[in-house]
Design a protein around this ligand. Structure first.
Ligand SMILES: [Zn+2]
Length: 214
């Protein structure tokens, strides 16, 4: 490719680059909880019970292979007023995929989600491992907001429910989108930590909101 052509291509790439949302976009003490890699037959219902108990709505980033296994849980998530997010079919690193490959995966995942929860809106897409490549642009073309995060409590290790609660308490910043997990492993500590911190956050004046663009 000639130098000038390459420059034009780079400019085009820059123009096309999607904005990855990492905050609620609201002023004041709002926070958005997001849960990845479910649905899980044990931990997703437990998380839904906790969120219902505290009257909090969250975003669930769904792994297509798990949607196929547990479609009723996707329906429950939607029926209880939470917001759906496409998290790809098989949790592959899409960083090096062509736009066409990404589109085919995202469309297939959306079709599965829509089959499980007819009529439910899929507001967001989150790239596995935060490895975006072409996926942000493709998600926007398909009407989904590319969703990142500002705060990762690293609940996949997992370090104990008390430690997770401490990380949430100490690390929270106004508007933060918080990455947590309800699937892909034993998430009981995450469920417990969320149950602990929601009343604390509310008592301290925090409100629970959705990430921007939802
Ligand atoms: Zn994930």
């Amino acid at each position: 490719m000639a130098g000038e052509e390459r420059q034009q291509q780079q400019q085009q790439d820059r123009r096309a680059a999607a904005t990855i949302v990492t905050s609620t976009g609201k002023s004041g003490s709002s926070v958005a909880f997001t849960f990845d890699d479910g649905p899980d037959p044990t931990h997703t219902p437990a998380m839904l019970d906790v969120l219902k108990k505290h009257g909090v709505k969250a975003v669930f980033c769904l792994w297509g292979d798990h949607v196929r296994q547990y479609p009723n849980l996707v329906k429950r998530i939607a029926d209880e007023g939470h917001v759906l997010c496409n998290h790809s079919m098989s949790h592959s690193d899409m960083g090096g995929w062509s736009a066409a490959q990404v589109r085919s995966d995202l469309e297939a995942t959306n079709a599965l989600i829509q089959q499980a929860a007819p009529g439910a809106r899929i507001a967001y897409f989150r790239a596995p491992y935060g490895s975006w490549g072409q996926a942000g642009d493709v998600a926007e073309q398909l009407g989904m907001t590319p969703l990142g995060w500002r705060m990762d409590i690293q609940d996949w290790t997992p370090p104990g429910a008390g430690e997770l609660a401490r990380r949430l308490r100490d690390g929270i910043t106004p508007g933060a989108v918080v990455l947590m997990h309800d699937g892909g492993g034993d998430r009981s500590q995450t469920v417990q930590a969320v149950d602990t911190v929601i009343p604390e956050f509310k008592a301290n004046g925090w409100s629970f909101d959705l990430p921007a663009g939802g």
